[in-house]
Design a protein around this ligand. Structure first.
Ligand code: ATR
Length: 276
């Protein structure tokens, strides 16, 4: 039996087991996907003993994405680009690491807004791990001609910009975030603002073209105040749940040998669970 797992600290609220076990059942694959609470001090031992514990690989989540990346034998391009990994697998006795958040974001965007206006400017709000993955993905793939990074703490946005080899990433002051949307084909919120229990993002969409797409990585609630505002303006919206579903696809394929689909049924299952 092939097994995989997700590790984090804490890990209780992870939806990854629901996603992967849905696909295992759907494809009639004998295997299991578990969640395991791993303290930071135990991370190295856990990854060394993956095979002994019956695992083909694992996902890693907060707070291990950077530390686990440094422990892999072979690190793939997207993980190198964002200096963090979320998907690990054993191959030829070596531990491989990649970052599938970039794929997850771009695949979901493509599925939800297939003909969004690629090749134009985009604004990314935030400068944490998610911003790094999304800004890199948009810039490196050529989907955006220019990425405007805008973060409350300017120095973090500047550090992120300096870490990219891509030259089409610029930094905008947080106070200028409303004006930064002029001429953009896409705006992405990667901050925690709008999440249940957090204040909403104060962002005027007046300068944003009505043809633009507004994306949020927050998925509780599914329609954040930002997305509701965008919908009222007539913009297409892309919620945060799809990124979570799509980022799971490459890992499942590595471990279990089948490329799974993100279906409406799977999405509904996770949405129902979020509502509980
Ligand atoms: P992750 O790695 O998951 O993206 P993170 O590193 O905690 O998360 O980043 C959270 C983002 O939300 C940051 O960009 C943060 O801005 P700062 O770098 O200035 O901290 C942003 N954020 C959180 N609370 C905010 C607030 N009240 N106003 C503006 N930005 C906020």
């Amino acid at each position: 039996m092939t097994n995989a797992c997700v590790i984090g600290w804490p890990i209780k609220h992870s939806r990854s087991p629901m996603i992967h076990n849905y696909w295992l059942a759907q494809h009639g694959i004998e295997g299991r996907y578990e969640k395991v609470a791993v303290e930071p001090a135990d991370l190295s031992d856990f990854l060394k003993n993956l095979a002994q514990n019956g695992y083909r690989g694992c996902n890693v989540t907060v707070p291990h994405k950077e530390a686990a990346f440094a422990l892999a034998d072979v690190v793939h391009d997207e993980a190198i680009a964002v200096q963090a990994a979320n998907t690990f697998w054993l191959e030829g006795g070596q531990l491989h690491a990649d970052n599938t958040d970039i794929y997850g974001f771009l695949a979901h965007l493509e599925q939800s807004a297939p003909n969004w206006h690629k090749g134009q400017s985009v604004t990314v709000l935030g400068a944490g791990g998610a911003a790094r993955a999304i800004a890199y993905g948009l810039s490196h793939s050529g989907a955006a001609s220019e990425v405007r990074l805008c973060n409350r703490t300017l120095a973090r946005a500047q550090a992120l910009q300096a870490s990219f080899k891509e030259h089409n990433v610029s930094v905008v002051d947080w106070q200028q975030r409303h004006e930064a949307l002029a001429g953009c084909a896409l705006v992405v919120n990667t901050t925690s603002l709008g999440m249940e229990g957090s204040p909403s993002l104060d962002l005027s969409l007046a300068a944003l073209p009505a043809s633009a797409v507004v994306a949020d990585i927050v998925y509780v609630p599914l329609e954040t105040p930002l997305l509701a505002q965008a919908r009222q303006k007539g913009c297409r919206t892309v919620d945060g749940l799809g990124m979570l579903l799509h980022q799971a696809v490459p890992g499942f394929e590595r471990w279990f040998g089948v490329r799974p689909q993100v279906t409406k049924e799977l999405r509904d299952l996770v949405v129902a669970d979020l509502g509980e």
